[in-house]
Each structure stands twice: as structure tokens, then as C-alpha cells.
Ligand binder design. Structure first.
Ligand SMILES: Cc1cc2nc3c(=O)[nH]c(=O)nc-3n(C[C@H](O)[C@H](O)[C@H](O)COP(=O)(O)OP(=O)(O)OC[C@H]3O[C@@H](n4cnc5c(N)ncnc54)[C@H](O)[C@@H]3O)c2cc1C
Ligand code: SF4
Length: 480
């Protein structure tokens, strides 16, 4: 039944059914269920239809949120889906895993005192309904072009660009060194946030639309970058950031001190049914172990919650700042606490103790000192504050840096920034090499899926412009 808008005064914010921690601790299924139609319409009707939609401004894709909420409240779901899909290539993914508390929902103007509209859950509901109803169609270009674009990386940035360009009729070839499409959506982010069939469904749709995927193909290894450039009219690099940040600390080289992405990839592969020797040997399996995860970002949150599900004896998260100053989403911390994770705030490792393999972490208490040039208070160890935590699996989740792409691609002229990300002209999105564009984490540094999608869409526009102008110039030269 169609709902009147402006219901936020009388209707409380509600999320889809959330599984109890005691239940979800034992499996990797997503923790939220689906809205039923009546609840979705009622929640969408909480929108105040304010004049200046800050939710839309703070969504990196500038999704037309008030309008699709209004259509949902009226039960006009097919139109709501058309609107949601017009600005977002993966609304079903963003609805699940965007940190809405920092983006759209965090800027909802009814929030003060009334709590925001549950925008992400409605976005997921609209898109899941669209899939079930057969409204989601593969890209279907009005005409085929003879021009081709090579995209390196099948993560959110590469996939968004691929779809946008394919819609215009380009021949799109996506190359990825992994064996599955999705990048970190598949091998980084755990199932309890995003089940893998959601990503596989997108892959199938894009493949059905004529996008060709070349998996197990590493550019710079299996295929040279030079050959790739020769094959295509333009190239997009969307390879993400994968070099794990390290710390120097006594005992860091002990067995059982592992990198977060190795740990998460093993768990995701296991869930997908792959043979994972490092998991089967126990090296990357937390079952029965005292686990300490070092870091305070979303990757650390994913590690602690994965360890809980693998049946760890205890799971602690050691973070050198406090809860207020952590980079990870507060929502994820709440989920982790409900699932039994202990957060040890204002603490950092001083040494990993053990003989061959780690048996304990020696840590210092920290305090937050004066702010540095970035404005963040610098954590400093407190004297005589050392303490030990039992540990037989330490997982380092300290963030990611870009790999040396010019070196890997044998392209020394590919310019990078001081932090090692690819340097681009931010208007044209072109790198220092003619016809070579870049998007996503490899440009921004570790970021978010929604920003990857935004960059992929922007890069697609710029690639189209570049190829069109170049083709016109060639034709005009031939006509002279
Ligand atoms: C553990 C974890 C949890 C996260 N959780 C969230 C979250 O909850 N919400 C959120 O919004 N964001 C999250 N993120 C961040 C998000 O996943 C990334 O910002 C996003 O995936 C970046 O997209 P991308 O396309 O730039 O790169 P990626 O997703 O990293 O994809 C890059 C692709 O390029 C391929 N590639 C790399 N080099 C080559 C090569 N030489 N040849 C061929 N292929 C190559 C890789 O195999 C990969 O498939 C998380 C990240 C991690 C690590
Ligand atoms: S894409 Fe992300 S930020 Fe934008 S409306 Fe959806 S959940 Fe919010």
C-alpha cells in the first residue's frame, strides 16, 4: 500500500531483520535479512523530502536518493530501480557494504533526534526486488563499435567502467590475474558482509552483455603491458592496492604472524570450495586459537569477525588509537562486539614473543599526543605500561600501499605520486601515457567500493571522449 511521506516523526528507524550474534557466530552467511515490501515502503516513507538532500551530496555517486525513496514508498519499485541503477552499477553491493553511517545516512537531515532513513537497506531491497522480478538486464548497446578498450582489474572500478563503455557499444576486454571476477569483493570482503553469489550474479550479467573476461591473466606477467596497449584503442588500469603495510617490531618474522589479506583470501577461497593448503595445514585457520588482530580499519574488523566464525578460542583487536579515532566503521565494531570480540584500545604491539611460532604479544598502552600535519593526534607509548596477551595467531591489518605498477608493467614512464599511487590528470583521468587511464584504489589509495564505482564511471566517460576525438582526428587527417 502506498505510504505517505514525512513519516519520520511517527515511525522509528528500522533495519531488516538482523540475525542474533549467537546464531551468526557459527556461519558466514550475511547478517541482515531482507525488508518485506510493507516494511520497505514504510521505512522509505520516513524521508522528509528536504529541499537540499545532503544524503545525495554525500553519496559519492550522487544517487537520487529522495526520489527513489519516494517511489519505493509509493510501491513503484520498477521506477525506483531504474533511478537507482542510473547512477550506480552495483546498487545491491553498495546497499550492503557502503559505510552509510559516514556517507548518505550520516548526512540525513532528519538524523538529529530521529535517526536517519535506512537508505542502504532500501537500496538493497529495491535492487534485490529488481533481480527477482527480471528487471535487471545485461548491457545492450544500440550498435556495435569496432573500437576496443582493455581494462586491467575486475574489481568495482574496472567493472563499472566496463559496463558503462559496453553500453556505448565498445568491445570490452577485462583482464584479471585472479580466477574470479570481483577483486576485493570476492577475495577481501567476507561473506557475512557480501555473499559471493551476489558478485557472481553481476559477473554473469556483464558477460551476457558481451564483456569478455580474461581471467588468470596477469598484465606484466602473462601478457605484457606493451602488447595490451597494442591490442586496444585505450587502456584502463584499475588494479587496486595490494602491498600490505608492515611494522618493524621484534618477533614480527615468527611463524603465525600473518598478513590480513592472506588470511581473508584463504577464508574466502575455502568458503568458495577451493583447495587452500595454507588453511588446511592450520596456518591460516583460527580454529581453537587465541587470535590477536593488529589494526583498526575495516580490514581488521573483517579479520576479527572471520576468526570468531572459524571457532577461535579468543579474539582481540589491538588498536593504537581509541574507538572515536579508529578508521573502521562504528557499525562494524558494534557487530564485532556483539559477536564476542574484545577491543583493546590505545594499545600497540611492542614485540611478538615465542620460539619459532608466536605464543604471546607484548603490547604498550598508548596515549594520544598532539596532532600532526594531517590533524590526527599521534599515539605515543606510555612508560612502564607493557602487558602481554596470549596469542597463537597474530594477524597484521595495518593497511595497504600500491604495488610498483611501473616496474610490474615494464613501463617506467608511467608516473606515480609520492605515495606510489598512479598519477592522473584529474579532469581527463589519463595517466602520463597517452591513451592509458586509471581508476579506483590504484589512484586513490585504499578506499571504498562506492568510490571505485564512481571513478570507473568517470574514467569510462573520459575514455569515450578520448577515443571519439582521436578517431575524428584520424578520419579528418585521412580526408585531407
Ligand atoms: C578486507 C577488506 C574489506 C573491505 N571492506 C569494505 C567495505 O565494507 N565497504 C567498502 O566500500 N569498501 C571496502 N573495502 C575496500 C574496497 O574493497 C576497495 O576500495 C575496492 O574493492 C577497490 O576497487 P578497485 O576496483 O580499485 O580494486 P580491487 O577491488 O582491488 O580490484 C583490483 C583487481 O585488479 C586485479 N589486478 C591487480 N594487478 C593486476 C595485474 N597486474 N594484472 C591483472 N589483474 C590485476 C586484482 O586481481 C583485482 O581483481 C575493503 C577492502 C578490504 C581489503
Ligand atoms: S551508494 Fe552508498 S553512499 Fe550512495 S546511497 Fe547507496 S549506500 Fe548510500
Amino acid at each position: 500500500m502506498a505510504q505517505k511521506l514525512l513519516q519520520f516523526v511517527s515511525v522509528e528507524k528500522a533495519m531488516p531483520r538482523k540475525r542474533q550474534a549467537a546464531d551468526r557466530r557459527h556461519d558466514f552467511r550475511e547478517i541482515f535479512g531482507e525488508f518485506d515490501p510493507a516494511k520497505a515502503e514504510l521505512q522509505a516513507a520516513r524521508c522528509s523530502q528536504c529541499g537540499i538532500p545532503y544524503c545525495q551530496l554525500h553519496c559519492p555517486l550522487h544517487n537520487n536518493i529522495p526520489d527513489w525513496l519516494s517511489l519505493t514508498a509509493q510501491g513503484r519499485l520498477e521506477e525506483a530501480y531504474e533511478l537507482a541503477a542510473a547512477t550506480n552499477n552495483m546498487p545491491e553491493v553498495c546497499g550492503r557494504i557502503c559505510p552509510q553511517d559516514r556517507l548518505c545516512e550520516g548526512n540525513c537531515v532528519i538524523e538529529k533526534g530521529f535517526e536517519s532513513v535506512s537508505i542502504g537497506s532500501v537500496e538493497k531491497y529495491i535492487t534485490e526486488t529488481a533481480f527477482q522480478s527480471g528487471w535487471v538486464k545485461p548491457p545492450s548497446p544500440p550498435r556495435e563499435l569496432a573500437l576496443s578498450v582493455g581494462i586491467v582489474g575486475a574489481g568495482p572500478a574496472g567493472l563499472a567502467a566496463a559496463e558503462q563503455l559496453r553500453r556505448r557499444g565498445y568491445q570490452i576486454h577485462v583482464y584479471d590475474r585472479y580466477d574470479r571476477v570481483g577483486g576485493l569483493l570476492v577475495y577481501g570482503i567476507p561473506n557475512f558482509k557480501l555473499e559471493k553469489q551476489i558478485v557472481a550474479r553481476r559477473h554473469a550479467l556483464l558477460a551476457a552483455g558481451g564483456i569478455r573476461f580474461h581471467l588468470n591473466t596477469e598484465i606484466g606477467g602473462d601478457l605484457s603491458f606493451k602488447e595490451l596497449r597494442a591490442r586496444h584503442d585505450a587502456v584502463l588500469i584499475a588494479t587496486g592496492v595490494y602491498k600490505a603495510r608492515d611494522m618493524s617490531c621484534p618477533g614480527i618474522g615468527l611463524g603465525n604472524v600473518v598478513a590480513a589479506l592472506d588470511y581473508l583470501t584463504a577464508s574466502n577461497r575455502k568458503g568458495l570450495g577451493d583447495a587452500v593448503p595454507a588453511f588446511e595445514s592450520g596456518a591460516l585457520d583460527a580454529a581453537g586459537k587465541h587470535v590477536v588482530v593488529v589494526g583498526g580499519g575495516d580490514t581488521a574488523m573483517d579479520c576479527v569477525r572471520t576468526a570468531v566464525r572459524q571457532g577461535a578460542a579468543s579474539v582481540r583487536c589491538l588498536y593504537r588509537r581509541d574507538r572515536k579515532n579508529m578508521p573502521g566503521s562504528q557499525r562494524e565494531v558494534r557487530h564485532a562486539e556483539e559477536e564476542g570480540v574484545e577491543f583493546v584500545w590505545l594499545s600497540a604491539p611492542a614485540a611478538f614473543l615465542g620460539d619459532g611460532a608466536v605464543r604471546a604479544v607484548k603490547a604498550h598502552r598508548m596515549h594520544l599526543g598532539i596532532a600532526d600535519s594531517t590533524g590526527r593526534q599521534v599515539p605515543r607509548p606510555l612508560e612502564d605500561s607493557a602487558f602481554e596477551l596470549p596469542c597463537d595467531l597474530a594477524i597484521m591489518a595495518l593497511g595497504f600501499d600500491p604495488e610498483d605498477v611501473p616496474e610490474l608493467f615494464g613501463a617506467p614512464d608511467l608516473a606515480v605520486t609520492r605515495s606510489g599511487t598512479l598519477a592522473i590528470d584529474h579532469r581527463s583521468m589519463m595517466t602520463s601515457l597517452d591513451g592509458v587511464f586509471a581508476a579506483g584504489d590504484v589512484v586513490r589509495g585504499a578506499s571504498l567500493v562506492v568510490w571505485g564505482i564512481r571513478d570507473g564511471r568517470d574514467a569510462a566517460e573520459q575514455i569515450h571522449r578520448y577515443v571519439t576525438e582521436k578517431t575524428a582526428a584520424v578520419q579528418s587527417a585521412a580526408a585531407d
